[in-house]
Structure formats: C-alpha cells, structure tokens
Design a protein around this ligand. Structure first.
Ligand SMILES: [Zn+2]
Length: 536
C-alpha cells in the first residue's frame, strides 16, 4: 500500500485531503497522451481456451506496448477476481493479488471490489488481500469494516491523479446486496448509486478535475443511468464496469457518458485513449475493444508469475493433471455459450443432477450457469482439473416436489432482465423450454414441455413433478424464488462428485462422455425476430 494511505488512517482530515491527490506515480514527464486499459471479472491466473484466449500475460504485453509508444497508461479493473476459482479455494485470491501487483508495477492499477470479493462470511481473506496489494482498492458507496485499521483506511474514495498538468478524477461504485451484492457486515454498502456518484463528481469538480471517469461493478442499466450525469457534469467522460461477462458498450452522446465492459478472464478488454483539447472538454480519441487472442504473445515476465502459481497448485494437488475420462466431442463450457444458450457441457452436468437422489431419476433439474466457472472447452482427455475448474463453488443439491405451474414460475427468473450473459441463465435437463424475450420479464416462457410416451407435451400446471436444484438456488440465490410451502430435502449429494463419478463410470466401460447440442432436438429455444415457432 502507498504511504499516504497509512497517514490517512491515523492523522487528520487535512492529510486525507492531501492524500486524495496521488502524485506518487507522476514522474512529471511529458507523455504522448493518456491511455486506459479496462478489464473486469477475471478468475484465472492464466489464459483460457487452452491458452489461446485472454489472460494477464497478454494484458501485460499490450500495456508494455502502449508505454513503449510513450503513453501514460492506467489500468482499471471492474471487480470480481478474488473468488471463485480453483486457486481461490487454496489461497483466497492471493494469486490474483500477486498478478495485479505485477501489472501495477508496470502501470498504476485502480480496482473496484465486485460482489465476489466478499464471498466469505468473515473478512480474514480481505484483510490479507488488501495488506498484500500494491494496486489501489477504490470505493465510494462502501467501506471496509474489518477492524484492521490499516486495511479499512486503505480503501480510496474518489481521488485525483495527475497526467502532465491535467487532473483526472476517479470514482468507484459496487453492487448493493439488494442488487446481487454479498450482504456482509465487514462491507457496509449504500444503494443510492447515482446520488453518490453525483456527490463524488461534484467533489472532484471542486478539486478542479479536468476529466472524470467511473469504475463500477453494477448492472449495465445502472451504469447507463449514472452516465446521464454527464448532462450536468460534462467532464464525466466514461464509466467502465464489471459483473457482466461479455463485452458491452453504450456509446457516448452529447448528454451521456460512454459505458464499457469487457469479457471475463480478459478475453476481451477495452483500450480508451483520451485527449484534452486546448479549449473545451476532455474527449475520447479512441475506444477500442481488444480481443486478446493468439495474435498477442504473453509477456515472458508475467509467465513466470503464472508458472510459480501453477507449480504450487500442482505441488498441492498433483492429481489435477490426471485423466479421468474422455470427451466424445469438444464440450463447450465457455461463458459466452453457457450463459446464453444450451451448452453440451451444461447438458452433461445437469443430466447428472437428476439421479443425485437415487432411482428413479427426478423429472426436472436445472442449474444457474454461473455455477459453472471453467470458461473453456473440455476436449479430448478430461482431467480432474476440468472438474475442479468447473465447480469454483460448493455444489450441494436439494430434492423437492413442485407443481408444473410452480416450476414454470420459478424458472421464469432465469430469463428475466435485459442483455446477454447472465449467470442466472439456466442449463436444463428433463424438459425443453422456449423463450420469447420480446415478452415482459416473468412472462417469457412461451412453452415448457416434458417428455411423454409419444413425444412431448406441455407441462401440466396442476400435476406434481420431482425436481433437483442447487442448494444455492433453493435458498434464493441468483434471484430464483421457490414457493415457501414446498419443503426440500436437506442439501446432499455434491454435483462436482456426481459429474466425476459419471465420467469415471463411462471410462470404466470404455465410453466417451458428452454429446453435441442437437439442433433438431433442442432443450432451449430462444425465439428471434418474427420467428415464433418453438419446436419444429
Ligand atoms: Zn459480479
């Protein structure tokens, strides 16, 4: 942590105000201009898709490249990184802090906490993470209340850094528990995002900020709403955010700041170049969505950080690389697939849920795709690591009875809201469902069918069905609401081991697992345009 933060915890408000101006990184050198790189929702220390996409090694390469071209580079992160991941189950996100520190040493890095930074119920992990951070933790609508004075004082409120003779103000906001944030006593959070943003912007204006940017972990529509503050505060140029896992862009207008989000695991990041015309307001001279693919080499210096953690992981769990089975086809578990449509890996995983409570298998099962974290293809040999990376959380299941009408109503939550790539999007088994997103939220399922002796029939509203769902969803997670009177079994049977067991059973019989999604027999149909034909 920087020196001034330590003062801020112990000395007077005067010092806090002095510390709000960060000159520690300003070398006073004239540069070619100011460049921001923005990333969000990163869970992997390395790249994904067998090393072909994303990863901090590629981020470091593009940062170094911009710096070599004389740019003054700042790295922004929209939150969600300490959890969940295979590594975090061992190190509580220390591996991410190490990676961020590496980037921060090259270009100053400013980070807002996302909901996943507060996954654990108690703050020990956060204390360790913040104490080891050289990058800056930002937050204007929340505070750390960990009882560790140094950590609690380290969270930076709206601050200004200098670029040449220009002042750049940065504010940061994160999700309140009512909107999907974690409800933790060690991080009291305020929900009045826009009001706080405006007050913060006003304070930055008073400090003569030439340019103001927001770093958030909110829903896209909330960012776009905050962006309208540009009308009254024209130096607000852009907001970059997280929480969504696929790229989003709301371009700037005269009255609205630009809003941008990248893809998870740095598969796609944003580069934003800004300029300060002699008379007038700051402008974005270039905003570029950068796909970090094989055309960009990983930085060899960063690779050493990655290799170090890889080595420690394999030391702890040497069996991770062991083959447990074989995939019949490349099983698609990328977030871009699994959070938007039927997925071959999703189908295989959810099929294992139906037998989790013995014979006969239950009628219906589904899982929120956000539980499945690997963000990769699983092809050829299936290794234990693929299972470990798929389940970043515990995955205990519950069994219950629901009427067809109740089930339909519960499932509607999976198709609510706007925009792509929601972690609550369900992968399903035992039924097929047709969605029309043109309908209002809560009324988007136009057909929900179960198999019959002769084919398929609409689910019967009044009939009872047996159902298996994750304990997390039964408890109200991800916005799903189960009827209060419908009691479920105790949480039992962990899905991670059901999946492992199924793969090993197939391997024992010399069989491969998984099947491609069948376009002639889909489980999930999402109507597009004028086409209202669900199941042909
Ligand atoms: Zn999030």
């Amino acid at each position: 942590m920087k020196q001034c933060k330590l003062f801020a915890t112990t000395l007077t408000l005067l010092f806090i105000a002095a510390c709000a101006l960060d000159t520690s990184r300003s070398d006073g050198r004239q540069t070619e201009g100011l460049t921001f790189f923005h990333l969000n929702d990163t869970y992997r220390i390395g790249a994904v898709e067998s090393g072909k996409a994303g990863g901090f090694g590629r981020v470091v390469t593009v940062i170094r490249d911009a710096k070599q071209h004389g740019r003054d580079v700042r790295v922004l992160h929209g939150g969600d990184f300490l959890y969940p991941s295979l590594e975090s189950q061992l190190w509580n996100g220390q591996q991410m802090v190490d990676a961020f520190n590496y980037m921060d040493d090259i270009a100053p890095m400013y980070v807002v906490a996302g909901n996943h930074e507060f996954d654990p119920r108690t703050p020990e992990h956060l204390i360790n993470a913040v104490r080891q951070s050289r990058f800056d933790w930002l937050g204007d609508n929340y505070v750390f209340k960990t009882d560790d004075e140094q950590v609690d004082g380290a969270l930076r409120r709206a601050f200004i850094f200098e670029h040449g003779d220009k002042k750049v103000g940065v504010f940061a906001l994160t999700l309140h528990p009512d909107d999907g944030g974690n409800d933790r006593a060690y991080v009291p959070t305020d929900i009045d995002y826009k009001e706080i943003a405006e007050k913060t912007i006003q304070s930055l204006e008073k400090q003569n900020a030439d340019l103001i940017v927001g770093v958030t972990h909110l829903h896209m529509w909330q960012d776009v709403d905050i962006a309208t503050l540009k009308e009254k505060h024209p130096r607000l140029l852009f907001i970059v955010g997280g929480h969504e896992h696929e790229p989003e862009h709301s371009p700037a207008t005269v009255n609205r700041a630009a809003v941008m989000k990248g893809a998870s695991n740095a598969r796609v990041i944003w580069r934003v170049d800004v300029d300060f015309p002699d008379d007038g307001l700051p402008v974005i001279t270039r905003s570029k969505l950068m796909e970090l693919d094989e055309s960009i080499e990983s930085d060899t210096g960063y690779d050493e950080v990655e290799d170090k953690w890889r080595g420690q992981l394999l030391e702890k769990f040497p069996f991770l690389t062991a083959t447990v089975g074989e995939a019949a086809v490349p099983l698609d578990a990328r977030e871009v697939t699994i959070r938007n449509r039927e997925s071959s890996w999703g189908n295989f995983v959810v099929d294992q849920m139906r037998g989790a409570f013995g014979e006969p298998p239950v009628d219906l099962a589904f899982i929120n795709s956000g539980t499945l974290r690997i963000d990769d293809f699983i092809s050829g040999d299936i290794r234990f690591e693929d299972i470990g990376r798929t389940f970043g959380f515990s995955s205990f299941l519950r069994y219950l009875n629901l009427s067809g009408g109740e089930f339909r109503q519960v499932l509607e939550a999976g198709y609510r809201g706007a925009g792509p790539s929601k972690g609550y999007f369900p992968q399903v088994s035992g039924f097929r469902v047709c969605i029309d997103r043109a309908n209002p939220s809560g009324k988007r399922i136009v057909s929900l069918q179960v198999p019959t002796a002769g084919g398929w029939a609409e689910i019967e509203d009044g009939a009872d069905y047996t159902v298996v769902v994750p304990d997390y969803l039964y408890g109200g997670g991800d916005g799903y609401e189960f009827p209060q009177l419908r009691e479920a079994s105790r949480p039992g049977s962990e899905l991670k081991y059901r999946v492992l067991d199924a793969i090993m059973a197939a391997q024992a019989q010399g069989q491969k697992v998984g099947a491609p999604v069948d376009p002639d027999n889909p489980r999930i149909v999402i109507l597009e345009g004028a086409d209202k034909d669900c199941f042909r």
